[in-house]
Design a protein around this ligand. Structure first.
Ligand SMILES: [Zn+2]
Length: 284
């Protein structure tokens, strides 16, 4: 099947390029619009219709990873200066997604609106006797709970050793919750629509994995914002959710894509599709 779609994609791209050439004599025109014609081949494996139920206005919490002094990962230029930071990209992605979700009738909360920590590292929110990055995560988690969000999406950008070629998408969920099945479906939808978004303008991103967060080497701990309560997690989230690692900032090709506002827009559209599909399936 995939071979057929690739051939169809190639055919339609060539056809559209020849039409573009005929129309304006410019074969360097980006094939963005032409590829939209074949995106239906990347429809979800499920048969969930991408329509939004209007049963009630659902609230979505978006969590732009990092912020303030916590840059997250970065891309560094040839002078070893950072030219792209994870904290900025996650905020751009969240802001763009919030706009689209609100236009689609959702309520949206964002765990940080500017370039700052969610907690400013001033309060021992999780009650472990220390003030550290876990309190920042607890502040985000509390905001999602207090806003009675129905779904939580945490956005991060992946990183590896520069030049090692690592790239693509990973999405993590917690299987150790009462709503584990919802977590998993949402993670799968986010991963699938992320890949489809990049494919829509010709980048075949690697589908690395959708996985239980215990597969990450966290010494047996779940992701802080998604796991069940523990002595250092004062309260757990009350809603399903997933954490997605969006491409690799250490991969020059993917860093260049992430610098492009078209990529941010395409991914925001992908997240919106995934969220619409989730609520079309889980109407309560
Ligand atoms: Zn991160």
């Amino acid at each position: 099947m995939l071979r057929f779609f690739r051939l169809a994609y190639l055919y339609l791209t060539l056809l559209a390029l020849s039409l573009l050439q005929a129309a304006c004599g410019d074969i360097t025109a980006t094939p963005v619009q032409t590829i939209a014609a074949v995106t239906p081949t990347l429809q979800p494996v499920s048969t969930i219709a991408p329509t939004l139920t209007t049963a009630r206005p659902f609230t979505v919490a978006l969590d732009p990873g990092h912020g303030g002094d916590d840059w997250g990962a970065g891309h560094f230029n040839s002078n070893d200066q950072p030219d792209l930071l994870e904290k900025d990209l996650t905020l751009q992605l969240s802001t763009a997604t919030a706009t689209l979700l609100r236009q689609s009738g959702f309520k949206v909360v964002i765990t940080r609106n500017g370039d700052a920590s969610a907690n400013n590292l001033t309060t021992d929110l999780n009650g472990d006797g220390k003030i550290n990055e876990l309190d920042d995560l607890q502040a985000r988690l509390n905001l999602a709970n207090n806003s009675k969000a129905d779904l939580l999406l945490s956005l991060h950008i992946n990183s590896s050793t520069p030049g090692d070629g690592a790239g693509g998408f990973e999405t993590w969920y917690c299987a150790d919750r009462s709503f584990a099945e919802r977590n998993k479906l949402f993670a799968q939808l986010i991963q699938q629509e992320s890949i489809a978004s990049m494919y829509s303008f010709g980048y075949e991103a690697q589908d690395r994995r959708v996985a239980d967060d215990l597969e990450i080497d966290w010494n047996g701990n779940h992701l802080y914002m998604f796991g069940p309560p523990t002595p250092t997690r004062k309260s757990a989230t009350t809603m399903p959710g997933a954490l997605t690692e969006v491409l690799f900032i250490t991969n020059d090709t993917e860093a260049n894509l992430l610098k492009d506002s078209k990529t941010i827009k395409a991914l925001a559209e992908g997240y919106t599709r995934a969220i619409q599909q989730y609520f079309a399936y889980y109407k309560v």
